[in-house]
Design a protein around this ligand. Structure first.
Ligand code: IFM
Length: 453
């Protein structure tokens, strides 16, 4: 009994629009930055794209049936901005796009599955990027309008909203290291983008609340706890910087602490801030970003073992923290205790009203056996360890209210294309057949038992 989760704890699974919907030209959908990025040679492994993906746009009804068979209590999906506002600038939204999400939401509710809608999971209309993208303040207004249109239409039925998925990825992979759309490499752009993403979150929250009475709203951050590789001062300093860049730059402002002073000083010293930073952060912005929310969404995959690159290996203290052997196909270390520690640390530092694991999962190559089953022992082990890590955190006092496995089904893993399979459900991309993997059947049992069986 003690292994059971608290009553009301939510077990679900997550996806995102560009990764599963396909149908990029259907019913007037506009071009997104990911359509453009995928069409640019050299950006995505094998020049793959989300053009067809899992064809969920046409197969959503069957997919919802499958979710019901797996016993999911909640489903987290995202709304494709260019399906609703093809250029982001239209006076009137595209009815066909809104109709699709109407149908999806109704199908979920009919099966007793609670919809959790994410507004921005990276598919910005290309036209908005052409006008400056997230580094431009005008994109904040465009996003708030999108939030308004979407929550006005769906807010009578969707009572759980997430403004943004993983601002760190949007800004640091999109505008700093160029691995994600739009593929830019500029510190100033990345930090301007981060400010505008956060501001758009803050300004969208009251709009969503207004349109979806009684709803719960939050933002999802991907967090990567920094574990110093040794007890040296150099590794402690490298960990401080990594934590500031990856985690605190987003956590601190959302929880009303403003941008971390140490990082602001570092960025200023290193010339990373955009030239107009002091004017770019306008009076009132930080208060808007600190709008109270109902929960913090956390996407957790792995920890970071941080080694200084400022001193040579010989001059640094010997390493005392080593990665465990198990790594996923993304080469991410599998170390679940770090999740418990993260949840407890967040609770202590920020006192959040609630925490939700909005993504957690592992990429492992699997394929159907002769008997039609899809054995995937490693994914099951990963999920089991991390669900147990969540339970331990709850026991320790973390206000964790839900867990969403990433992902419901195999899908388009951004710059890695289709080779990385994160799904609970196997997708045959030739036939679009879906087959629950063994981990999905195991997860169904977890949901039934309301804990690890
Ligand atoms: O597939 C992504 C998802 O879109 C955002 N979070 C991480 C996942 C795995 O990389």
């Amino acid at each position: 009994m003690s292994d059971r989760f608290p009553d009301g704890f939510i077990f679900g699974a997550a996806t995102s629009s560009y990764q599963i919907e396909g149908a990029v030209d259907a019913d007037g959908r506009g071009e997104s930055i990911w359509d453009r990025f995928c069409a640019t040679p050299g950006k995505v492994v094998g020049s793959e794209s989300g053009a067809v993906a899992c064809d969920h746009y046409h197969r959503y009804a069957q997919d919802v049936e499958m979710m019901a068979e797996l016993g999911l209590k909640a489903y987290r999906f995202s709304l494709a901005w260019p399906r609703i506002l093809p250029t982001g600038l239209e006076a009137e939204p595209l009815e066909a796009g809104l109709d699709f999400y109407d149908r999806l939401v109704d199908a979920l509710l009919e099966k007793g599955i609670t919809p959790w809608a994410t507004l921005y999971h990276w598919d910005m209309p290309q036209v908005l990027q052409d006008r400056g993208g997230w580094p431009a303040r005008s994109t904040v207004d465009a996003f708030v309008r999108f939030a308004d249109v979407a929550s006005k239409r769906l807010g009578d039925r969707v009572k759980h909203w997430i403004t943004h998925n993983e601002p760190w990825v949007v800004t640091m992979l999109g505008y700093l290291n160029g691995e994600h759309a739009p593929g830019h490499k500029d510190w100033g752009e990345a930090l301007a983008a981060a400010h505008h993403v956060l501001l758009s979150h803050g300004l969208a929250v009251p709009v969503i609340r207004e349109n979806a009475p009684g709803c719960e709203v939050g933002i999802t951050l991907n967090l990567c706890p920094a574990w110093p590789a040794s007890g040296s001062a150099a590794d402690a300093e490298a960990s401080r910087w990594f934590d500031g860049w990856f985690n605190r730059w987003f956590l601190d402002p959302v929880f009303g602490r403003g941008y971390p002073a140490d990082m602001l000083a570092d960025y200023r010293r290193d010339g990373h801030l955009p030239a107009d930073w002091d004017a770019l952060v306008q009076p009132g912005d930080m208060d808007a970003i600190a709008v109270p929310t109902d929960f913090l969404g956390i996407n957790f995959y792995s920890r970071g073992i941080i080694r200084s690159d400022k001193v040579s290996e010989e001059d640094n203290a010997p390493r005392t923290v080593f990665p465990v052997e198990e790594h996923t196909d993304m080469d991410w270390e599998v170390f679940a205790p770090s999740l418990t520690k993260l949840l407890l640390d967040l609770t202590e530092t920020y006192n959040p009203p609630a925490l939700v694991i909005t993504e957690n999962g592992a990429a492992y190559a699997t394929s159907p056996g002769e008997d039609g089953t899809v054995p995937d022992v490693k994914r099951q082990a990963y999920l089991q360890q991390h669900i147990e890590a969540c339970r331990l955190a709850i026991t320790g006092g973390a206000p964790l209210i839900g867990y969403f496995a990433w992902s419901l089904m195999d899908n388009f893993e951004w710059a890695f294309g289709y080779a990385k399979r994160f799904g609970l459900v196997w997708v045959d991309y030739e036939t679009q057949a879906r087959t629950p993997k063994d981990s999905a059947l195991w997860y169904r049992d977890v949901i039934t038992a309301h804990g690890i069986p």
